[in-house]
Design a binder for this molecule. Structure first.
Ligand SMILES: Cc1cc2nc3c(=O)[nH]c(=O)nc-3n(C[C@H](O)[C@H](O)[C@H](O)COP(=O)(O)O)c2cc1C
Length: 173
């Protein structure tokens, strides 16, 4: 196959999904409070990652069809709760396309006015620093205003299923 053929071959979305499902991800809940109405908004991302230590930045990507992200971005500030192993139900509630997703989960308000999901592993309060258009997603770069660690095991999404982390026995050299 020529280099040109490789460069121009289109990857269809089924193939993309079939390959990417092998990548395990953590599960993070983004939540905000509308400054005008007080309405709470939320969504789930599996793309949350650390980006920069100094300054403290985090990143994730959101699909251009998300109806929740524009509301979260509009609020200016938002929180990230890293979900724990036993929070599958929180993931289901916040990834549904319904109004008032936060009514189904237990949360408390942070000093920045954002909902923090109770029982999570870590919480961040952030502001949106950059939104970069990339294909059918936006790459979000967010500045961390405050971050706190809880404890527990992570919720992990892999191959369309939920699980957690199990330490392997060390491989002998
Ligand atoms: C495990 C998991 C990971 C997800 N990761 C992302 C993500 O990284 N980016 C994204 O835009 N949507 C992601 N979603 C989908 C959204 O959470 C959610 O389904 C969608 O935002 C709901 O629609 P709405 O934004 O219109 O409310 C994920 C859903 C699940 C269950």
């Amino acid at each position: 196959m020529s280099t040109m053929a490789i460069a121009t071959r289109r990857i269809d979305s089924d193939q993309y999904r079939a390959v990417m499902r092998h990548l395990p991800t953590g599960v993070a809940a983004l939540c905000s409070t509308d400054p005008d109405t007080g309405a709470r908004n939320g969504m789930i991302v599996g793309t949350f990652a650390s980006l920069s230590m100094d300054p403290a930045l985090v990143t994730f990507s959101v699909t251009h069809t998300s109806s929740s992200w524009p509301k979260i971005a509009q609020a200016g500030r938002f929180s990230v709760s890293l979900l724990a192993e036993e929070q599958q139900q929180v993931c289901r509630a916040l990834s549904a396309k319904v109004e008032d997703k936060l009514s189904a989960v237990d949360w408390s308000e942070s000093s920045w006015g954002n909902p923090h999901i109770k029982g999570s592993l870590a919480w961040f309060d952030c502001t949106v620093e950059q939104q970069i258009l990339a294909g059918d997603h936006l790459i979000i770069v967010a500045k961390v205003l405050e971050m706190t660690a809880g404890e527990g095991a992570p919720l992990i999404f892999h191959g369309g299923r939920f699980g957690s982390f199990t330490e392997s026995r060390p491989t002998p050299f």
